[in-house]
Structure formats: structure tokens, C-alpha cells
Write a protein that binds this ligand. Structure first.
Ligand code: SF4
Length: 442
């Protein structure tokens, strides 16, 4: 997942960057980093949450300058490394933060390694500076654009080089990126909720295939060579983005509510109450309850001081996280419950939640999921690892129902999801297997 922020021409840019990445904390909790630039580059990366890393004035004072970029990171399978990366190249310093996965990273890493490149991390991001070092062009920015034309897959990036801030989005626009004004400067972030927090105005989407270069005098817009074919990640609407973010002129909260309404139309069952799995199922459950005229109850409490189980790196931590995370209100005795969540990834959370409700005395538990079954991995930057670990990759809905212990289990259909999202140009590959960009390994 990951979240990125870029600030241009704002005094104490790193302060605003820290605020911006704090607003994106839901996109990654493993680590965070900021790189700022005055006459030279200054960097701080660490494991942990943004407020732990950047709350001390001293840390921000050590990141001076009026441009900066920041990143919150979660690790995709097998990938470890700093949130932001920095390289000294022939033209000077190059700082980068990246959200997304390249579909040709295996190819590029092998090719570059054979040519003598030494990788310091296992992240895709490092491919960019290595390619940049080997690419000739009329200016550092021109070289970066050439590099972005070479790589494939998903990338929303912010970069500092040659006294400029460069932001770019791949021509499928898999991952979000928005831009706004702040006083005399510009701010860029993965989601509008981060720019709202900063106090930015004139917020717009960075379009797929766009490269925007901010320099002292100008804001220049370039376009990548590949034909634009929008495939925005539909999962951003279901789960990843914060409900107060606006994507493609649609408030995520409104979309998520419509998703819940569609789910109720498709999978209605009579029950005493509709209960969301907090927080991820809350808005869809509200839509479901409105549509079905069944009382909405916040029957589960979530401990907010435990990280999101979906995005933590190891199974051991995930299992512990689920236990620590939710508790049941004393509402369920002898009642029929419709429980709503946004997805079932491995099934461990759903199973534990159903156990929790069953142990609290529920008579029947009907699980409704506000997305279609996730049957394949994401190749574009989301940690839905491999088919074997995805319960819907290997099991039928009936088998999943048995595994989680529900009395019934139903999912939203792909058609219902698209009706709710209301628009074209979405990637839904992890549900349908129709991947817009193929992987390349050699
Ligand atoms: S495969 Fe799924 S998670 Fe990945 S970009 Fe497509 S819709 Fe989003």
C-alpha cells in the first residue's frame, strides 16, 4: 500500500510533510521517512509510526529546507528497506518515495545486477536510481522521465532532484495521487485526506501518465509515452483509502455506503441487527442497514492501539493482532446477527470474529462481505500475497463458510461492485483474474 507526500516551496517543508504522512498513516505502519532539501539533502527513516518518529522538534530541525518528500511504508512480501531512498548520482542527489509495484522488477533487478548494480534493499523502488544512473538525457528530469517510460506496472512517485520536485503516476493510474496549493507552494499526497489535514486548496488528481515538475519559475506537465488506459485500484474504494478522501470526484464514504446498499440488495437476509467489523466494515454496514431496514449496531469494539492485521508482515503477528483487536458487546445473546466486513483475505480474522460473537450467545451469524472473493494476488502494490494464502484462491464459498463458522456467507458480486463505484477504468484483477499489465521476469 504505502503513502507518499511531496512539498514544494513551503518554508519548513518537513514539518508539513510529517503532518501529511501522519494523515496517511492508515496506508502503512511499518516505517516512515522524510527527505528534505535546502542546499543539501537531509534524511530520516525509521521503523514505527509517524508520530513516534517525527514528534520531536529536534528531528524536524535536522530536516531543513523548503522542499521535502515523505513516505509511510508497509512491507510487501519479502520486501524490506527504508521508506524513502536517496542516491548520489552524477548530477547530484536524488531522493525518491514510491507507492506501487513494478511488474518487471525481477527482470530489471537481474539485468542491473548483471551489469554490476549493487542493491541495498529488496524494494522495487531502488530500480529507479540504478536506471537513472545509466540513462543519458538532456537534463536530470529528462533522464527520470525516460526511466519512468522504461518501467512497467504501478507507480505513483515523488522525487527531489536538480532543485526540483517531480511527481508522476503510471499510465494505468493504479495508485492514487493528488495535488494541491499551499500558500506560495504546492503539496502532493496519495490521498486528499492528507492534503485536507495540511490545509491545502485547489486539490486535483494527478492524471494517469502525468509527470509534473515543480521548479522555481514554473510548474511543467509532461506525459509518459505509454497510452493512458486508466485502471485505478477498485480496492482503494472498498478498503484502502480513508473514507474522508475524495477519489475521482467521489467521496470514498459515499461510495462505500453505496457498496453496502448493493450488498444488501444482492444478499439480504432477515436478522435482528447489522453489525460492522470495525473499522473496515463500518461504512458499508451503514449502507447495508439503511437499505435493508435492519437496525445498525456497533456490536464490536476495536482496540485502536493494535495495528491493522491485514498489513502486518508475519502470520504470527497477525494471529496475535486479531485476538487483541476486537471485543464483543453484550448485545448478541439469542439474536440473529448480520455481520459485515469489507473482505476476507486469509479467513483468520473472520473466523475469530465469528467465534467471538458465537461465544457472546448469538443464535445465528450471517456474514456478508462488501467485495467479491479475493481469488488472486495483487501485482500492483498491495500485499495480498499469493493464491495459496488467499482463502478464496483455494476454497469455495461453502468451504470458507465452514472454515469461518458462519451460518451463511455471501459476497458482493463484481457487477454489484462496479454499479456501486459508478464509473469506468478500474482494476479488479484480484477478483476477476483480468490483470491489465502482465508480469515480466526475463
Ligand atoms: S489487483 Fe486488486 S488490489 Fe491490486 S490494483 Fe487491482 S484491484 Fe487493486
Amino acid at each position: 500500500m504505502c503513502g507518499i507526500v511531496g512539498i514544494y516551496n513551503v518554508p519548513e517543508a518537513s514539518k508539513l510533510t510529517a503532518l501529511g504522512i501522519h494523515g496517511l498513516q492508515h496506508r502503512g505502519q511499518e516505517g516512515a521517512g522524510i527527505i528534505s532539501y535546502d542546499k543539501e539533502f537531509h534524511s530520516k527513516n525509521a521503523y514505527g509510526l509517524v508520530d513516534h518518529i517525527f514528534s520531536k522538534d529536534k528531528i524536524i530541525e535536522n530536516l531543513p529546507g523548503n522542499m521535502a518528500l515523505g513516505h509511510v511504508r508497509y512491507s510487501t512480501t519479502g520486501s524490506t528497506g527504508a521508506a524513502t531512498i536517496f542516491y548520489n548520482l552524477d548530477f547530484g542527489g536524488f531522493a525518491l518515495a514510491h507507492n506501487g509495484d513494478f511488474t518487471d522488477s525481477v527482470y530489471w533487478r537481474e539485468k542491473l545486477s548483471k551489469e554490476g548494480a549493487i542493491f541495498q534493499t529488496t524494494t522495487d523502488t531502488e530500480i529507479i536510481p540504478h536506471l537513472l544512473a545509466r540513462t543519458k538525457g538532456t537534463s536530470p528530469v529528462n533522464r527520470l522521465i525516460q526511466v519512468l517510460n522504461k518501467v512497467n506496472g504501478a507507480f505513483s512517485i515523488v522525487a527531489l532532484l536538480d532543485n526540483k520536485l517531480v511527481v508522476a503516476r503510471d499510465s494505468n493510474g493504479f495508485r492514487p495521487l493528488v495535488i494541491g496549493r499551499y500558500k506560495e507552494g504546492y503539496v502532493v499526497a496519495s490521498e486528499s485526506c492528507s492534503l485536507d489535514l495540511i490545509g491545502a486548496t485547489d486539490i486535483k488528481t494527478v492524471e494517469p501518465g502525468e509527470v509534473i515538475v515543480f521548479s522555481k519559475e514554473t510548474k511543467e506537465i509532461y506525459h509518459l509515452d505509454k497510452k493512458v488506459k486508466k485502471h485505478f485500484c477498485i480496492f482503494e474504494h472498498i478498503y484502502f483509502s480513508r473514507p474522508d478522501s475524495v477519489i475521482d470526484n467521489q467521496l470514498v464514504y459515499d461510495v462505500r455506503k453505496r457498496i453496502g446498499e448493493e450488498l444488501a440488495k444482492e444478499t439480504y437476509i432477515d436478522s435482528d441487527m447489522v453489525v460492522p467489523v470495525p473499522d473496515s466494515g463500518s461504512v458499508a454496514a451503514l449502507g447495508y442497514a439503511n437499505q435493508s431496514n435492519i437496525p445498525f449496531e456497533l456490536g464490536l469494539t476495536r482496540n485502536h492501539y493494535v495495528g491493522r492485521t491485514f498489513i502486518e508482515p508475519t502470520q504470527q503477528i497477525r494471529n496475535l493482532g486479531v485476538k487483541l483487536k476486537h471485543s464483543a458487546m453484550r448485545l448478541f445473546k439469542d439474536r440473529v446477527i448480520t455481520i459485515i466486513d469489507d473482505s476476507i483475505v486469509r479467513g483468520t480474522t473472520a473466523k475469530k470474529i465469528i467465534d467471538l460473537i458465537r461465544n457472546a450467545g448469538a443464535k445465528e451469524i450471517h456474514m456478508r462481505i462488501s467485495s467479491p472473493p479475493i481469488s488472486g494476488p495483487c501485482w500492483y502494490g498491495i500485499d495480498t500475497p499469493n493464491r495459496q494464502e488467499l482463502i478464496a484462491g483455494a476454497s469455495s464459498i461453502e468451504e470458507i463458510k465452514e472454515f469461518i463458522g458462519a451460518d451463511s456467507l455471501k459476497y458482493l458480486s463484481v457487477e454489484g461492485l462496479h454499479r456501486a463505484v459508478q464509473g469506468k477504468g478500474y482494476c479488479d484483477a484480484c477478483f476477476t483474474g483480468q490483470y491489465p499489465v502482465n508480469k515480466r521476469s526475463n
